[in-house]
Design a protein around this ligand. Sequence first.
Ligand SMILES: Cc1cc2nc3c(=O)[nH]c(=O)nc-3n(C[C@H](O)[C@H](O)[C@H](O)COP(=O)(O)O)c2cc1C
Length: 199
Amino acid sequence: MSANFSEALKTRRSVYGISKDIPVSEARIEEVIGEAVKHTPSAFNSQSARVVVLFGEQHDKLWTIVKETLRKIVPADNFSSTEQKLASFQSGYGTVLFFEDQAVVEGLQEQFALYKDNFPVWSNQSSGMLQFVVWTALAAEGIGASLQHYNPLIDDEVKQTWSLPASWKLIAQLPFGAPTAEPGDKAFSPVEDRLKVFK
Ligand SMILES: Cc1cc2nc3c(=O)[nH]c(=O)nc-3n(C[C@H](O)[C@H](O)[C@H](O)COP(=O)(O)O)c2cc1C
């Protein structure tokens, strides 16, 4: 692994302490995410990934949607810890929303019936690759982020609020900002137990 790639790989962590005081411009963030969207691979080069980047007030709006959605279903006496967690995401600068366009997935299922069952799986795998690339690329820019999953609870309101196509399925949310706290220690299982090499 090249030194730069290895460093970026290790720099990416789940960073839950984030602020609005980011070290790079919005234009740079857009550029980095655009490159990730363009160059991350997908099955059959289907390019089924769709991404929405929310900055500032739009980002705030998302986390208010999440809060008000959860308020309706989380028992009132547990809600303050949920609210605190959501406030920590809201205190970031922006959020990346990852979608997969089901119209593309269904089109491939029709076109290549033999692989029908594989396309939804490959779509999710491709999305995971893109999430990783965006997360790591932001980390390399000095931006902290964590991966969240409030879908499918928020899907309808998200699509309505930002007028997104019905075929876009929400997969994950990545709130990001300037890191305000170091991520905690991380336990690693021995790589020897997880990796087999035959020569
Ligand atoms: C597919 C996937 C789903 C995850 N979902 C969540 C999530 O819903 N909420 C969360 O806080 N972290 C989530 N994480 C983050 C993991 O908990 C985290 O990556 C793992 O503990 C390793 O820590 P690190 O990210 O600091 O290296 C997810 C990670 C992956 C790869």
